[in-house]
Design a protein around this ligand. Structure first.
Ligand SMILES: NC(=O)C1=CN([C@@H]2O[C@H](COP(=O)(O)OP(=O)(O)OC[C@H]3O[C@@H](n4cnc5c(N)ncnc54)[C@H](OP(=O)(O)O)[C@@H]3O)[C@@H](O)[C@H]2O)C=CC1
Ligand SMILES: N[C@@H](CC=O)C(=O)O
Length: 419
């Protein structure tokens, strides 16, 4: 697109995000962008916009030569990829908020952008209002990125805040998150960590040039966290957050996962409450930077979509510098993690997986232990995801190397128990 080109938008979806963008564009006439048509799924729904704006015929948008930008903000990743790929092939620039679609089709989207030369922007797909993708693309364009730690899912952060700070039950907190437009149409995507790992796959690409599917990034959600875990956290001076992490190890490979984590109270991420997201980036010379903002919601997400639309006026597109102009990083599972595990039944715990146990607490209803485990064992086995078992990563949980000869001996000495 040429500089300051007038923008005519065909928008797919008029839900939480679509309506947010519609309202924002009404209040920003200087952008010189108008929505010509919006394609929706259910024509009978009452909407806060004139009826003539809407259609259910996708081709009315995709084949309209006047429409030069397709905004895709629907909640169906299969239909979304069909829309986005057709739009790019039809010579239209695309802005999308659909992280599930992007994570499921990352490789194909990269190829489509190469083939068509059209821009595909998706800032809203990761951390909504926080401009993290463009910062990773533009600012950290060298090999000095040490780590990114982030809270990337607003709904789970909202639920944890409501449960542990405001003493509201899990189900009530989830209903609130749904009513406020934070949760996915299928909220298990939020609760079980799928939404967070979809976003992490996108950010790993922009941060490190890694092109992976969620099958290769270990993750879990907050579904198994117990009130008793929060009490242990409090006693020890921690908060519990669902944290996505990527860290460059000494061998140059990247350790990446999404797991609940004990976060120190003076950690920037402990400050992130409710539907807010936060990203802590550590890089050479710049040291530590913290990005903070709303990670979900109508106007917050709409504002990121608007920013992408606005960037198109200046011909902006992602260069994928880490992938195409540097040597992309590789993921590794060859490191150890220190974990806390609480459980209702000792039989669910695979004792042989641990290098050593550091702490053990037996309770009437639940017990817990902390110990060190090789990361690949968490990838291979699912016992720690079972109902009744809650795994939470320790603060600073990554351990690059251990002296394995001593580990097993220490295990016996320190545990003082027979699992
Ligand atoms: N909500 C949030 O805070 C954020 C959401 N996102 C992402 O943005 C996208 C939209 O989310 P959100 O607005 O919350 O979802 P909603 O459920 O509020 O809205 C979804 C919209 O998609 C429309 N739709 C579904 N399938 C089709 C289709 N095949 N063709 C045309 N329209 C279709 C629906 O139509 P109809 O109205 O007729 O039912 C509806 O308008 C999702 O991918 C979500 O993950 C990203 C960041 C934040
Ligand atoms: N369901 C998502 C919405 C934004 O991406 C979340 O809760 O973060």
């Amino acid at each position: 697109m040429t500089r300051h080109k007038e923008i005519t938008i065909g928008m797919f979806g008029f839900g939480v995000v679509g309506e947010g963008l519609y309202k924002i564009l009404q209040q920003t006439p200087s952008l010189n962008a108008k929505i010509k048509k919006s394609c929706i799924k259910h024509p009978g729904k009452k909407r806060n916009a004139p009826e003539e704006l809407f259609t259910t015929d996708k081709d009315e948008l995709l084949n309209d030569p006047e429409i030069n930008v397709i905004v895709e903000v629907i909640d169906d990743s299969v239909a979304a990829f069909d829309i986005v790929s057709t739009a790019l092939k039809n010579g239209k620039a695309v802005v999308s908020a659909s992280k599930k679609m992007v994570a499921e089709h990352l490789q194909e989207l990269l190829e489509l952008q190469k083939q068509t030369g059209q821009p595909f922007l998706c800032e809203a797909a990761a951390c909504a209002s926080i401009p993290v993708i463009r910062n990773l693309e533009e600012y950290y364009d060298n090999d000095l990125l040490h780590s990114i730690r982030a809270i990337v899912n607003g709904s789970t952060n909202f639920i944890l805040t409501k449960m542990f700070d405001d003493k509201i039950g899990f189900q009530d907190a989830l209903i609130l998150a749904q009513q406020l437009g934070f949760a996915e149409s299928d909220p298990t995507l939020d609760i079980e960590g799928y939404d967070a790992v979809n976003k992490w796959v996108i950010l790993l690409n922009h941060a490190y040039g890694i092109v992976e599917t969620i099958d290769h990034v270990l993750f879990s959600g907050i579904q198994n966290i117990q009130l008793s875990d929060a009490m242990v956290a409090k006693e020890k001076g921690f908060d519990i957050k669902l944290v996505a992490q990527a860290k460059t190890l000494l061998n140059g490979k990247v350790a990446a996962y999404v797991l609940p984590e004990f976060v120190k109270l003076d950690d920037q991420l402990a400050f992130v409450k409710n539907e807010f997201n936060g990203v802590v980036i550590e890089s050479g010379f710049a040291d530590r930077q913290f990005f903070y903002g709303k990670g979900a919601g109508s106007l917050a997400t709409g504002s990121a979509v608007m920013s992408d639309v606005s960037a198109l006026r200046y011909g902006y597109k992602y260069e994928y510098k880490k992938l195409y102009h540097h040597t992309p990083r590789e993921l590794t599972s060859d490191f150890y993690v220190r974990v806390y595990i609480s459980f209702d039944d000792i039989k669910k715990i695979k004792k042989d997986d641990f290098e050593w146990i550091e702490e053990w607490h037996a309770g009437l209803e639940r017990s817990y232990l902390t110990g060190v485990i090789h990361f690949s064992k968490l990838q291979k086995d699912d016992w720690w995801k079972e109902n009744g078992v809650s795994l939470i990563l320790a603060a600073d949980g990554i351990i690059e190397e251990i002296d394995s000869r001593n580990a097993k001996r220490r295990s016996l000495e320190l545990a003082g128990i027979h699992l």
